[in-house]
Design a protein around this ligand. Sequence first.
Ligand code: PLP
Length: 358
Amino acid sequence: MSRFMDNKLKALEPYTPGEQPPDMDGLIKLNTNESPFPPSPMVLAALNRGEMEKLRLYSDPECGPFITAIAESHGVGTENVFPCNGSDEALAFCFHGLCQNGAAYADVTYGFYRVFAAMFGVEPHVVPLREDFSLNTDDYSGLRATVFIANPNAPTGIALPAGDIERLLNMDRDRLVIVDEAYVEFGAETALPLLKRHENLLIVRTFSKSRSLAGARLGYAIGPAEIIADLNTMKYSFNPYNVGRMGILAGEAAMKDAKYFEVCCAAIMENREYTTRQLRGLGFTVPESKANFIFAGGHPWLTGGDFFRLLREKGILVRHFPAARTENYVRITIGTQEQMHRLVNAAKEIVEGGLSHA
Ligand SMILES: *Cc1c(COP(=O)(O)O)cnc(C)c1O
């Protein structure tokens, strides 16, 4: 660290992104919850040479066509949609400007919440999940801090019913609840219908997982117009052109191609059920996932760390979180059928190989 780094950031421990190996040959990448499918053909058509020639011009700061496509798809007004450079950007603004009384989030959840709280000097209230990684809404009663719920949760994949989100909203109508729906399209219940009855709800979504656009950096928040205006105040005080020209076009096209999106999500859900069944059959504990990944571990004799390492030796990259409650698990992104067959076969070899040594 240089001597110029501000004292208030000296203890900051940044988020560790999953590995992005520059050379993928032979490697099956199941470590960052990307889609195994290419973006919609409509996205590829939208990003043409003519549009690239316009890159000398700044992008539309309002992201007009992009937020219109999102608003139409969800049946809300454009004043209810905040466009952002990956949903992490919206989450950063939430921590920076909407956490007057601190931030409450689970002990096992998206690792960025802890980092954002530290980065922006927000007081953290860490609320432990139950032993089985489920969330008890009662644990949030009496807390005034802004509540962050990843739904489905990461890295467990466990979803919370909309009724539980509504309970959190009703507990204290002066407390903001932010629902991070990065993975909601893979089978969980969205909180979107609750926006009609609740003014203390903000929903954050991303194009990185279900819409095959992780590299485009696109996300959005949906909520009451006043909160969206607050987010815009922060955006226009930081980076008004936060979504680039190609991103606006790609996001608009991806949002409009509902059919392609549904086919991709259905394939992921099918492959997820297959992989879950197979790994359970090999002795792994796998909580029911509603995301495009599963959390597999708790094996009678194979540790999470060893499973991670042995898969890596077989050319399969998954994610291991070496914190106390997660170290005995790995998070496996759901890929194509072929990729999941190879993952399951590798897991079989590892488990059966281990038994023959025992
Ligand atoms: C991946 C992810 C995000 C952020 O994704 P972006 O690529 O920044 O849009 C946000 N929340 C959770 C829980 C995630 O897993």
